[in-house]
Design a protein around this ligand. Structure first.
Ligand code: GLN
Length: 482
C-alpha cells in the first residue's frame, strides 16, 4: 500500500488526492499498528471499531478527510466514554461532541480512539491515570511526559499522524518535547473549550500533536475560530494556517532568549547545548538574537500551583456520585455517599489538589494565596507584553531534562511540579507556544525547545517553526522498533 509508519498528514493527503489509497486502507493501516505496538506502549484507553469510526466522519471530503487521529480522554466525543482517566468517570458516555470534535468530524478526520492521560490532566508523566501507564516509545522504561502522555506517545510511535491533548500548565508542550514531536499550545480562546472537561478553566486550552509544523497548522485550521458555545473565545474567523509556510523566516526576525529559563537551576547541559545550536540555525537564517531575563517567570510555578488548584477544586465539585459515573453504594447517608464517592473515585493526586485548592480559597487564606497569585499573574502578563515590544518571539527550554524514569519523583512530587516553570507561564498569560524537537541526548532521547509568541501569533510561530524544520532534520528522527 506504500505507506510508511511515520508518514505525515501532508503526504497522506497527496496519496489520497492521487487516489493511490482510500480512507478505509489508511484506517486499517493505523488500526493494525495499534494492535501491533500499543500493548507495549499503552497510549490508548480505547480504540473504536472500524465501522463506527467511518460512520461518524464526513465521508464526502473535507480538510482532514481520511486522516486518523487520537483524542485525549477529557475531550467529549458523542456516544463515546469520556473518563479523564479517572475512576469517578468510569464508563461515563459523552452526550455531545466538543466543538473541536464537531469540526474535526465535519472535516472528514477519523477519530479512532481515546488517549490515556494523567487523571483529570493533573500530572507531568501520565502516571496518575487510574487505568494504565503509558510508556515512552523512545525508551519503554521512561514516561512520555504528561498530562497528555497517551496522545504524544501515539504520535511519536507512528500509531497515528496527529492527536489532541490539552494544556493547563504545559501538558502538550512538555510531552511533545519528551516524545520528540511537535506540540502546539494555542492562545487562550483560539480553540473552543466547549466539551473539554475543565481542570482550570481560565488556563485550559486544547492543543495539537503532530510530527511536523506543517501538519500542526493543518489540524489547527480545522478547529480554530469563534464559537458561541464558549464565552471566552477570541472572535477570530476560520483561516488557513498553512498559508505562510514558505520555508523562510520573516524578514529581520528578532528572537529573545529567556536567560533565566535557559540557565535555570537543574537544566541539563545537553539541553542548553541543543538550544544554543538551535539559535545558531536561526542566526544563520538571518534572525537576530537578544538575551533577556523575564524575572516574573521565577514565580510562575508557584502562581500556577495556587491558581490551578483553586480552579480545580471548584471545577471538580460537580463529581459527587449523583450526576455522573461512579458512586459508593455502601454509604448509609447522603453526606457519606458524597464523601466516600469522592474518596474512592478520585486518585490521590486529584484529592490532594482539591484539598489544596479549597485551602487557598478559604476565608482567611484567599488573601494570602489566591488573590496574590492573581496579582502576580497580571504582572507576568505585563512583563511578557513588554518583552514582545522588543522581540517577535521568545525561545526557551520546555523541560530541564529528557524523559525521566517511572516513579522518578515518587518521593518528591513538588520537584515534578516545579518543572512546570518552563511551560505554565504561557497558560497563566494565555499566550501561544509551540514545542519542536531540536536534538537527541547521549542516550538517544529527544530534546525539545519552545517558540513563544504574543496572543494570536500562531501564524508567526508556524512560519518560524516550519522554516526551522526545513533547515534541520531533528523531526525526522524516530524511535527504533516501530
Ligand atoms: N504538570 C501540570 C500539572 O500537573 C500540567 C497540567 C496540564 O497542563 N494539564 O498541573
Amino acid at each position: 500500500m506504500n505507506i510508511h509508519p511515520f508518514i505525515t498528514i501532508r503526504e497522506l493527503e497527496e496519496k489520497l488526492a492521487k487516489k493511490e489509497i482510500t480512507r478505509e486502507e489508511i484506517l486499517e493501516f493505523y488500526l493494525r499498528r495499534f494492535e501491533a505496538f500499543d500493548g507495549a506502549i499503552g497510549s490508548a484507553l480505547e480504540i473504536f471499531d472500524k465501522e463506527s469510526i467511518l460512520e461518524k466522519s464526513n465521508a464526502e471530503g473535507g480538510q482532514l478527510f481520511g486522516i486518523p487521529g487520537l483524542i485525549k480522554d477529557n475531550i467529549c466525543q458523542k456516544n463515546r466514554v469520556a473518563s479523564c482517566a479517572s475512576k469517578i468517570l468510569e464508563n461515563v458516555v459523552a452526550t455531545y461532541d466538543a466543538t473541536a470534535i464537531t469540526r474535526l468530524k465535519e472535516a472528514g478526520a477519523l477519530l479512532i480512539g481515546r488517549a490515556n492521560m494523567d487523571e483529570f490532566a493533573m500530572g507531568s508523566s501520565t502516571e496518575t491515570s487510574a487505568y494504565q501507564k503509558t510508556h515512552n516509545p523512545w525508551d519503554l522504561s521512561r514516561v512520555p511526559g504528561g498530562s497528555s502522555g497517551g496522545s504524544a506517545a501515539a504520535v511519536a510511535a507512528g500509531l497515528v499522524p496527529w492527536a489532541l491533548g490539552s494544556e493547563t500548565g504545559g501538558s502538550v508542550n512538555q510531552p511533545a518535547a519528551l516524545c520528540g514531536i511537535v506540540g502546539l499550545k494555542p492562545t487562550y480562546g483560539l480553540i473552543s473549550r466547549y466539551g473539554l472537561i475543565a481542570y482550570g478553566s481560565s488556563l485550559d486550552q486544547i492543543g495539537i500533536f503532530t510530527r511536523t509544523v506543517y501538519d500542526n497548522a493543518r489540524v489547527l485550521s480545522v478547529m480554530a475560530g469563534k464559537d458561541d458555545k464558549d464565552a471566552s473565545m477570541q472572535q477570530i474567523e476560520k483561516k488557513d494556517y498553512t498559508k505562510n509556510l514558505n520555508g523562510v523566516l520573516p524578514k529581520n526576525l528578532r528572537i529573545g532568549v529567556v536567560t533565566n529559563a535557559l540557565h535555570a537551576e537543574g537544566v541539563e547541559p545537553e539541553i542548553v547545548t541543543a538550544i544554543e545550536e538551535t539559535l545558531k540555525v536561526f542566526t544563520g537564517m538571518g534572525a537576530t538574537i537578544k538575551r533577556m531575563p523575564l524575572p516574573s517567570l521565577d514565580y510562575a510555578a508557584a502562581t500556577y500551583f495556587i491558581t490551578s488548584r483553586a480552579e480545580a477544586a471548584s471545577n471538580l465539585a460537580r463529581f459527587d456520585g449523583v450526576r455522573y459515573g461512579f458512586r459508593n453504594k455502601r454509604a448509609t447517608t447522603l453526606g457519606k455517599m458524597y464523601s466516600e464517592t469522592r474518596h474512592d473515585g478520585f486518585g490521590e493526586e486529584v484529592r490532594m489538589r482539591i484539598l489544596v485548592g479549597n485551602y487557598v480559597l478559604s476565608a482567611g487564606h484567599a488573601g494570602q494565596f489566591y488573590n496574590n497569585a492573581k496579582k502576580v499573574q497580571r504582572l507576568m502578563r505585563r512583563e511578557f507584553m513588554n518583552a514582545f515590544a522588543d522581540v517577535d518571539v521568545l525561545i526557551m527550554p520546555v523541560h530541564p531534562a529528557p524523559a525521566f524514569k517511572f516513579n522518578a519523583f515518587a518521593d518528591n512530587k513538588l520537584q515534578m511540579d516545579l518543572q512546570d516553570y518552563f511551560t505554565c507561564a504561557m497558560n497563566l498569560t494565555g499566550i501561544a507556544s509551540i514545542s519542536l524537537p531540536c536534538g537527541l541526548s547521549k542516550e538517544r532521547l529527544p530534546i525539545g525547545f519552545q517558540i513563544v509568541g504574543p496572543d494570536l501569533s500562531e501564524e508567526l510561530l508556524f512560519q518560524v517553526g516550519h522554516a526551522y524544520q526545513q533547515q534541520t532534520d531533528w523531526h525526522t528522527n524516530t524511535p527504533v522498533g516501530y
